[in-house]
Design a protein around this ligand. Structure first.
Ligand code: BES
Ligand code: MN
Ligand code: ZN
Length: 495
């Protein structure tokens, strides 16, 4: 699908014109002209209340005077309440409909509805996102596939010429982020009998080949040699080979330190011998979404040719119970040399991340961000709207909060005070892997912080945002936080 930006009306070349309608406002520029050409037809329909302006309501209109140019009107609610979220919502509904029709060319005039305090390029990004995400489907395992969209071209109208350059950049970014997020969603949605650590390794290899990234893979033997006791503890109960996958994107001079992204890649989390109840196990194929986010972000960064260096590290492991599996009260010696008493084998994510963080030191990273579906507690704290953010560096935290805001992929910071560290004391080892029910997200981050002392580090707990895991038909990966991370890298690259 092609998206073009143009400041002149595209009425002649299109097969469909898409307009938004506010409840309390005059028609915007081009719609005014179209309505005039139709002798006030649309105004009339509105007057008779046959067309309403409720957010997301759709009205296809064919008029004899514009036979070759049907209109699609989408309700946008009150102008005073119009914001980024509503804009994306209205656009998603409109494009979902368009994707299901034979229409192949659309002129989109939703850019004529400005969002308060936001630029036209920002609007372009939001709309681009809606155009692509409304066409996302995961039917690899359905016998009957949904027919593919016929849409070939969207001409996005620009209110004037002065934003052309920035809007082109926003469009490119929007497309790269949508592609990266779709890649992340595909991996997340894949079932764990197919998406094993080996599958993640192969997906990483394929991505590396396509985007000229360098890749290193450590298998179990190599992890043993390195003494990655924490990862090796978690993998013990599984018949699947674990992998530590390292990808490097070099978009800048060697002398620039890389931004490190570390992903939790538990391809299925049964809880291990601290077995999860059956109901809580549904959704645990998504426990590798952190890893999938690292891959999706690298894909987008490479597509955008961002002038930065990035190292992506993925710990890919399956967490299973069984006769050979690690057990509560086992003590593991991590790669860092610190010892860990396992209280729950279900707190496995922080264990594999611990060794990945230590391994990361050798890259002398500029900053390190780990992405993990780490705690159920973050869903209790923040629900499904914000990613939990914890960091040992307030500037890095601020940069990530801003990136979340800029990309509309929000995060919210929780404190990482020393006060919480005592909850993970162990009488037998340097630390325990759980800190009780209170502040579960914070104590998990406290645990990680002990392996992140040598660099500026932030932790993104995406258990509530990377996927909708409950409900039988509503389960799906979201592609978050790919937009936040790509935005962070874009912002860093432009400084
Ligand atoms: N993968 C889970 C976290 C999770 C829970 C993600 C729900 C998405 C939805 C993680 O490995 C886990 O089991 N965490 C435990 C930690 C506890 C044992 C300290 C949890 O949150 O219950
Ligand atoms: Mn677990
Ligand atoms: Zn887990």
């Amino acid at each position: 699908m092609k998206i073009t930006l143009r400041a002149t009306p595209a009425t002649q070349q299109s097969s469909l014109l898409l307009f938004g309608l506010f409840e309390d406002e005059e028609f915007s520029g081009e719609l005014k002209a179209v309505d005039k050409a139709l002798g006030g037809y649309i105004k009339q329909l509105m007057k008779q209340q046959l067309i309403k302006t409720e957010l997301g309501s759709l009205y296809p209109i064919i008029h004899p005077k514009m036979e070759k140019c049907p209109l699609l009107l989408v309700g946008c609610g009150k102008k005073s309440e119009w914001d980024a979220k509503k804009c994306k919502h209205a656009a998603t509904i409109a494009f979902k409909h368009i994707h299901s029709t034979p229409i192949n060319k659309v002129a989109c005039y939703l850019t004529e509805l400005p969002i308060k305090n936001q630029s036209v390029p920002f609007l372009v990004r939001q709309l681009t996102d809606a155009i692509f995400t409304s066409d996302y489907r995961f039917d690899a395992f359905k016998s009957k596939k949904q027919p593919a969209s016929h849409l070939k071209e969207v001409m996005m109208h620009l209110p004037d010429h002065k934003h052309q350059k920035e809007a082109e950049i926003a469009l490119k970014q929007g497309i790269a982020i949508a592609n990266g997020a779709a890649f992340t969603k595909d991996l997340g949605n894949m079932p764990s009998n197919i998406c094993t650590p080996t599958y993640l390794r192969d997906a990483a290899k394929k991505l590396a080949k396509e985007h000229k990234l360098s890749i290193t893979v450590l298998d179990k033997k190599q992890m043993e040699k390195q003494k990655m006791g924490a990862i090796l503890g978690v993998t013990k109960g599984s018949r699947e080979e674990p992998y530590l996958i390292i990808l490097e994107y070099k978009g800048a001079n060697k002398k620039h330190k890389p931004y490190a992204l570390i992903g939790k890649g538990i391809t299925f989390d049964t809880g291990g011998n601290s077995l999860k109840p059956a109901d809580s196990m549904v959704g645990m194929k998504y426990d590798m979404c952190g890893a999938a986010t690292v891959l999706g972000t690298l894909k987008a960064a490479a597509e955008l040719k961002l002038p930065v260096n990035i190292v992506g590290i993925i710990a890919a492991v399956e967490n299973m119970p069984g006769g050979n599996a690690y057990k509560p009260e086992d003590i593991l010696t991590s790669l860092s040399g610190q010892t860990i008493e396992v209280i729950s084998t279900d707190a496995e994510g922080r264990l594999i991340l611990a060794d990945a963080l230590t391994y990361c030191e050798r890259y002398h990273p500029e900053t390190v961000i780990d992405i993990a579906t780490l705690t159920g507690a973050v869903v209790i704290a923040l629900g499904h709207h914000a990613t939990g953010l914890l960091s040992n560096d307030d500037n890095l935290a601020a940069d990530l909060l801003k990136a979340g805001h800029d990309s509309q992929d929000k995060a919210w910071q929780l404190p990482l005070w020393e006060d919480y560290q005592e909850q993970i004391k162990s009488p037998f080892a340097d630390m325990a892997n759980v800190g009780g029910r209170a502040a579960g997200t914070i104590t998990a981050a406290c645990f990680l912080s002990r392996f992140a002392k040598k660099f500026r580090w932030a932790h993104l707990d995406v258990a509530g945002t990377a996927a909708m895991m409950s409900g039988t038909s509503e389960r799906r990966a979201t592609g978050r936080p790919v937009p936040l991370l790509v935005q962070y890298l874009i912002n860093r690259a432009s400084e």
